[in-house]
Write a protein that binds this ligand. Structure first.
Ligand code: SF4
Length: 726
């Protein structure tokens, strides 16, 4: 029988139906055949027509995920004292003994701040929850951060700052209802393909919407656009200010909404007045007429939807740019109604769930923050902890964890379900920092990753398909993913590893979970009354009634979750009137952040801006997709996109090998000369790490770690580089 689950790749969160290999179909009445490695066949995936987020649609990654489940898996814990030694297989007993000894020694000598976990949007809610409970609650360290810090922490900070809480206010049906869709800093066609196809399908029927794409590169997304604004890297906020200026001029302000539902308009108006279209267009390197065209469409449109992802978030001014998008929607009243709103697309399959369970260093479960004494007290009560058990300071964010290792301040760095030795910026600095950490632990499903090369203790993890758990996609839709195969060898679910460790550290009752369902039930109890209220959800309800959207308070009937936030009916608890925002005043906040531009602008020595990004077929650091033949054929090697004039200046022809140099190092890549990229900008995919052998092209070695001071998200979309023939 086919299994149903959410796709484990991107944040669209499509529903999949998975069919077992023929030799594993049990005969009627016979017990299920043992799963595990599938040498004679593999599971096949197709879109689940019953999943409300995707209605049967699927892209190449989701369609080929069955090919990735059994290759190259870790099956037993591995240990080595030093990273220049080979690994030796050890028992789980020995692995836990090592962990308990080292954690207790660290607590006794340096204290809890010397412990840190770096998790991932691949973790299921139950994994996130137990790891956070152990580290933040019972070990007294808030140093749990995740790779979502590199992906969408600016969206989290921006929503909190503008709307009063994290949580995208829109849903996918809004794609069918919007008249104008602004795609800014997102190559949706490649990175969220099923959503993009949904937009195109509507356009093919002649039913709109207008598409405007803001991106320094021409992409498959901009190819379909009515208007492509190929702005210079790092000028998104200037563009939004210019658009705001035109909204003021052209009657695009919803004065009643601004007066009743927002605060801070006077300061924002003063900022926008200073950004006339000529100034904004000059900074962005586009025609002022194009900006006016966008403003005209915005003002005449009933429903404006803005979609963004890492092009906005991975910026020194990521939070300010998210606020800039929210400003425009709030001032024009384009929020809290069908077809309208600021809609962040998450990168990873459960990055949304991670936000809800407190999977960033400043967060606690239920969209709470560690800095808020009331929030800490609520969580301490729920976890049966003494008052004051949770530390009041936010923990170390991803890059701060690297800096702490550089200073010799971390004794244990535990990486779970991610591969930072490809995805972090300034990779040489990361490697040097890790060399100073006495114990690097890696919980991972696949063998041979770049991070394994720097680890001391490797724990084989059961992945999606081998454990029960919940994922939440970009439209706040919660899907139960059931185990449908056995984990290979001795692999275990991450939540079970952290729970076992908690019990062995002496916290027996708080970590005595009988199942993932019990973990989830404990977590949703912490969401009651919060914006992300999921207290009516359970594994049982999700298994019986399929995926549900939150808010879903206790007592909600299946299908009764809330499609949109901050509507005229207003789902926020206790709201006496519509469009109420969860701020102290009940009003959304407008922010007048002046545009700053890139943290590392080009100069005479490094005259070009390098941007990194993703390709349709590959997923992140290729631990899964490198082994899918169809994907590898489509993307055989990483290519450096260079404008013809920049290529000629550097003496490089199409297909030549180039040395790309930044202040942090140099790599070699094959040149693809293309008119599709802005002059002065070059582009590399980020996927090919050191483990890809002669194809390795470590784009992130070149990137800097400087980032947004509010969200602490590094600016992975802009580093100054030079080019020369290799
Ligand atoms: S669009 Fe994203 S979630 Fe959907 S099938 Fe593709 S990778 Fe999976």
């Amino acid at each position: 029988m086919a299994a149903r689950a959410q796709c484990p790749y991107c944040g669209v969160g499509c529903g999949l139906e998975l069919k077992p290999p023929p030799h594993q179909v049990p005969a009627p009445g016979a017990p299920a055949s043992p799963a595990g490695p599938e040498p004679e066949g593999q599971w096949t995936a197709r879109g689940d027509r019953h999943h409300p987020s995707s209605l049967g649609q699927v892209c190449v990654k989701g369609a080929t995920v069955g090919e990735t489940l059994h290759h190259n898996r870790l099956t037993t814990p591995l240990w080595r004292e030093r990273t220049d030694q080979p690994f030796e297989p050890i028992s789980w007993e020995r692995a836990f003994t090592l962990l308990v000894e080292r954690i207790q020694a660290t607590l006794a000598t340096k204290g809890p701040q010397a412990l840190a976990i770096y998790g991932s949007g691949q973790m299921l809610c139950e994994d996130y929850y137990v790891a956070n409970k152990l580290l933040k609650g019972f070990l007294g360290s808030n140093n749990f951060d995740s790779n979502s810090r590199l992906c969408m922490s600016s969206a989290v900070a921006g929503y909190q700052r503008s709307l009063g809480s994290d949580g995208p206010p829109c849903c996918y049906d809004d794609l069918d209802l919007a008249d104008l869709v602004l795609l800014i800093g997102t190559n949706t066609a490649e990175c969220h393909p099923v959503l993009f196809q949904r937009l195109l399908k509507r356009r093919r029927r002649g039913a709109g919407p207008r598409l405007v794409v803001v991106d320094p590169r021409a992409t498959a997304t901009s190819d379909a656009a009515d208007l492509h604004l190929a702005i210079a890297p790092g000028t998104d906020l200037a563009l939004l200010c210019g658009l705001g200026h035109l909204l003021l001029q052209r009657g695009g302000v919803d004065a009643a909404f601004v007066a009743a539902r927002t605060e801070g308009f006077a300061e924002l108006e003063a900022l926008w007045r200073a950004w006339d279209p000529e100034r904004a267009a000059a900074v962005c390197g586009i025609a002022a007429a194009d900006l006016r065209q966008l403003a005209d469409w915005w003002c005449e449109t009933t429903g404006v939807l803005s979609l963004w992802s890492m092009g906005v978030n991975q910026s020194r001014e990521g939070t300010a740019t998210v606020a800039g998008i929210c400003n425009l929607h709030l001032v024009s009243g384009q929020i809290g109604r069908p077809g309208a709103g600021p809609f962040s697309l998450t990168g990873q399959p459960n990055a949304m769930g991670g936000r809800e369970v407190g999977g960033l260093a400043q967060l606690l479960p239920g969209y709470r923050t560690v800095a808020d004494p009331q929030h800490r007290a609520e969580v301490e009560r729920h976890w049966g902890l003494a008052p004051g058990a949770i530390a009041p300071q936010p923990g170390l964010s991803a890059w701060q964890q690297i800096e702490a290792m550089e200073r010799g301040e971390l004794d244990l760095w535990w990486v779970t379900a991610t591969n930072p030795l490809v995805s972090m910026p300034s990779l040489d600095r990361v490697r040097a920092a890790l060399a100073r950490c006495p114990l690097v632990v890696l919980s991972e499903a696949y063998a041979g990753t770049e991070t394994e090369a720097v680890a001391h203790l490797v724990l084989p993890a059961a992945q999606w398909s081998e454990k029960d758990g919940v994922m939440v996609n970009s439209e706040r839709r919660v899907t139960l993913c059931r185990a449908f195969r056995q984990p290979p060898g001795e692999a275990r679910p991450d939540w079970a590893i952290f729970a076992e460790l908690g019990r062995r550290l002496g916290f027996i009752e708080p970590f005595r979970y009988g199942s993932a369902a019990a973990v989830y039930a404990e977590f949703v109890g912490l969401t009651a009354g919060r914006v992300c209220d999921s207290s009516g959800l359970s594994h049982e309800l999700l298994a019986g009634h399929g995926p549900q959207q939150w808010p879903f308070p206790a007592g909600t009937a299946p299908g009764g979750g809330q499609a949109r936030l901050y509507t005229a009916e207003d789902p926020f608890p206790g709201a006496p009137e519509g469009h109420r925002f969860p701020t102290p005043s009940g009003r959304a906040r407008l922010w007048a952040d002046p545009p700053l531009g890139l943290a590392e602008p080009p100069d005479a020595a490094f005259p070009l801006v390098l941007s990194v990004g993703r390709l349709l077929g590959h997923w992140h650091t290729m631990t899964r997709t490198a082994h899918v033949e169809r994907v590898s054929k489509a993307h055989p090697e990483p290519l450096l996109e260079v404008h013809p004039e920049d290529a000629a200046r550097a003496g490089l022809g199409d297909g030549a090998m180039a040395r790309v140099r930044s202040r942090r190092g140099a790599i070699t890549a094959r040149v693809q000369v293309s008119e599709r990229i802005r002059r002065g900008t070059v582009f590399l995919p980020m996927h090919w790490g050191a483990a890809q052998g002669e194809l390795a092209c470590e784009a992130n070695r070149l990137m800097h770690e400087l980032g947004c001071p509010i969200s602490k998200q590094p600016e992975l979309k802009g580093a100054a580089v030079s080019l020369e023939p290799a």
